[in-house]
Design a binder for this molecule. Structure first.
Ligand code: PEP
Ligand code: MN
Length: 337
């Protein structure tokens, strides 16, 4: 529940109440606002009903949080969260473009594409070192060597990095070399992994599962935040529908709804969302228009030789064109690139 304190309540009063909340066996949340302090009490509904915080003279109002997810809900925090990946803020005034190859394949492949996307305005470098491939016979990624190359590319370009962690055993290595941990669509409900990345405190890019509802996605984010890590960025990357003309169906409803329901930043991945390179630019424009906080796109300077997802990779020229065509849409949405 949310406990709104009266304007005259001091920080000291709030601390006393937070203690009381903890004593009831509930998780206390402290949310100082501009005009008044708001507290949260999270836990078992039956316990909540027995605690009569409304009887306290310093309490103005007690409201239940009606959603299953609590900490990521806008009810608990009305203003947008800003998550910093290195020195890049995600979720503020800027519309952030993250770009890079699907997989890290070699030093020259990564450095050349990193340099190119940086030149055209990408702020964060993406690249998979541990790859979740549908077939066990497909390229599985370079592993730690790939992470080291990402670190090298980051030092050369100044761009912070995002890369996927597939297993708990990989968390330490990814944390050592990478600025933002990606939880892939296939792992969105791997609760052990969510808790493990929650304990790191590093920014997490959480991709929506292929068949996950919006509520399930927000509850997955709740696991990470509940484990102590508020630095979560949501990502809509397309879902499974009956449509087969595109790889997935990019659910822009989800973007608008998640922005309404949650204070977390929301990104769009039009590369996996469509699986068709010619559709990446139009859907990136749509992402800006619908209110997303940025996009994450795949780019490869020689897509026909890519070891994964070449069909959806933007060439260097196409990436430059994307940035040009995106600009007026970002401006119309009241954001800056
Ligand atoms: C990726 O980003 O390369 C990837 C595998 O994404 P997803 O988990 O959304 O399929
Ligand atoms: Mn990919």
């Amino acid at each position: 529940m949310i406990i709104v304190l009266k304007p005259q309540a001091t920080e000291q009063d709030a601390k006393a109440l937070l203690n009381e909340i903890e004593q009831c066996g509930l998780k206390p949340l402290y949310m100082p606002g501009v005009e008044r302090i708001v507290l949260g009490a999270l836990g078992d509904e039956r316990v909540l009903q027995q605690c009569h915080f409304e009887a306290n003279p310093l309490v103005e109002e007690v409201k239940p949080i009606l959603t299953k997810y609590k900490r990521v809900s806008r009810d608990v925090q009305p203003h947008d969260s800003v998550v910093h990946i290195g020195n890049v803020p995600v979720g503020g005034q800027h519309f952030v473009v993250m770009a890079g190859p699907c997989s890290v394949e070699s030093e020259s492949q990564l450095l050349s594409v990193a340099d190119r996307v940086k030149t055209h305005g990408a702020r964060v470098l993406r690249g998979g070192a541990f790859k979740p491939r549908t077939s066990p016979y497909d390229f599985q990624g370079m592993g730690v060597e790939g992470l080291k190359l990402l670190k090298q590319a980051s030092e050369l370009t100044g761009m912070p990095t995002v890369s996927e962690v597939m297993e708990i055993s990989q968390v330490d290595a990814v944390c050592e070399y990478i600025d933002c941990l990606q939880i892939g669509a296939r792992n969105m409900q791997n609760y052990g992994l969510l808790k493990a990345v929650g304990e790191t405190g590093k920014p997490v890019l959480l991709k929506r599962g292929l068949s996950a509802t919006i509520e399930e996605c927000l509850l997955a984010a709740e696991y990470i935040v509940d484990a102590g890590n508020p630095n979560v960025i949501l990502c809509e990357r397309g879902i499974r529908t009956y449509e087969t003309a595109t790889r997935n169906t990019l659910d822009l409803n989800a973007v608008a709804l998640m922005k309404q329901r949650s204070h977390l930043p929301v990104l769009v991945d039009p590369s996996h969302g469509t699986g068709v390179r010619e559709l990446v630019t139009p859907l990136s424009r749509a992402a800006a228009a619908v209110g997303a906080d940025g996009i994450i796109v795949e780019s490869h300077l020689n897509p026909s030789e890519a070891l994964s997802d070449g069909h959806q990779a933007l060439t260097g020229d196409m990436f430059a064109q994307l940035m040009q065509e995106l600009t007026p849409f970002v401006q119309a949405a009241g954001r800056k690139l």
